[in-house]
Design a protein around this ligand. Structure first.
Ligand code: MTE
Length: 321
């Protein structure tokens, strides 16, 4: 029985984005849409530090209060310094190394079973989408969790913009490949580029989100700039970072972790406290930034009301990791 009826998520009103900031974002967004150039062409400033992000003026954006959580937000300093991004190393402390990633130009390929295969700049995607903020729980398969305010757009909106054909059954998403800036990609035993996928009905679910911002700012490189997937009912490894390709396909793709260790990481990877990882329990999770406090893990990470129906006809699949 998959249906999980609990709806206890709540966010204190004080955490909502003030209207003054919302209005500011729209004024700036309109400028961008009208072609006002805010893009810095150079990749690196004279001092050698990355240049300011050209989308900075777009954030913060209005929080969508439909998505509520019953936990405190994780401190920004924790969420931006405790990361998994194997392209930059296998430790959690890759945030400095990730600053080497150039974000402009950032071209995104849309291909496979679509009406018009094309390559688009990230800024053109932003102009076409409506941004909002969502606070979601985030649960890594390693049994730690955060609660994070993402900014971005519903994946559904983007999929419709891509005009997939009716025979597209899966959406494949891939990270950039550039071993010159991402030393982890020089390790040839990993199946680079990092590849993830969703069934089309999962991609069209209202929770599926593309994050372009975090904590009311452009998303930092270590968290997957300039755009990354967020699917909060699944383990975090599904949340592919720094995407350069969206391909619509008929067959289920082989994903990065499946290619590496299929016995431990499958395609569906839905959160379930009762299905242990082969090497550890998934019954509870550590809340990052709380000094090690653990809480019980919830089925579908607490999002069963939104997603359980996706799996009623997939009972024969390995749904849980
Ligand atoms: N995407 C890429 N390209 N490379 C990665 O190593 N790690 C995944 C996911 N996306 C990963 C990735 C894993 S295992 C997790 S838990 C999340 O990113 C971590 O996201 P965060 O660092 O923003 O918390």
């Amino acid at each position: 029985m998959f249906v999980h009826r609990r709806r206890g998520w709540e966010i204190p009103e004080r955490e909502a984005t003030p209207e003054s900031q919302w209005t500011r974002r729209h004024a700036l967004g309109a400028g961008l849409a009208a072609g006002a150039s805010v893009l810095a062409p150079s990749l690196v400033s004279a001092q050698g530090a990355p240049p300011p992000d050209p989308t900075e003026g777009l954030y913060p954006v209005m929080r969508n209060m439909r998505y509520r959580v019953d936990r405190d937000l994780t401190a920004e300093s924790e969420a931006t310094t405790y990361n998994n991004f194997y392209e930059f190393g296998t430790s959690k402390s890759i945030w400095r190394a990730a600053q080497a990633l150039p974000l402009r130009p950032w071209e995104v390929r849309i291909d496979g079973l679509v009406e018009r295969p094309r390559t688009v700049g990230f800024d053109d995607i932003l102009k076409a989408m409506t941004l909002e903020e969502r606070v979601y729980r985030f649960r890594c398969v390693e049994a730690w969790a955060m609660t994070v305010p993402w900014s971005g757009f519903p994946l559904r909106q983007f999929v419709e913009w891509c005009e997939p054909k009716s025979d597209a059954k899966y959406l494949v998403m891939q990270t950039f490949q550039n071993p010159r800036v991402a030393p982890g990609q020089r390790a040839t035993w990993y199946p680079w580029p990092y590849t993830e996928g969703l069934a089309m009905d999962e991609a069209m679910n209202e929770l599926s989100f593309i994050a372009t911002g975090l904590y009311g700012k452009p998303i930092p490189r270590q968290n997957g700039a300039p755009l990354r997937l967020v699917v909060p009912w699944k383990y975090g490894f599904k949340a592919v970072k720094s995407i350069v390709r969206f391909a619509f396909v008929a067959e289920r793709p082989k994903t990065f972790w499946e290619g590496l260790q299929a016995s431990e990481y499958g395609f569906w990877a839905n959160v379930n406290p009762r299905v242990a990882h082969p090497r550890w329990s998934q019954a509870s999770e550590e809340l990052i930034g709380t000094g090690g406090r653990r809480v019980p893990t919830q089925l579908f990470n607490g999002y069963g009301d939104f997603v359980a129906d996706l799996y009623t006809n997939r009972q024969n699949e390995r749904l849980w990791a």
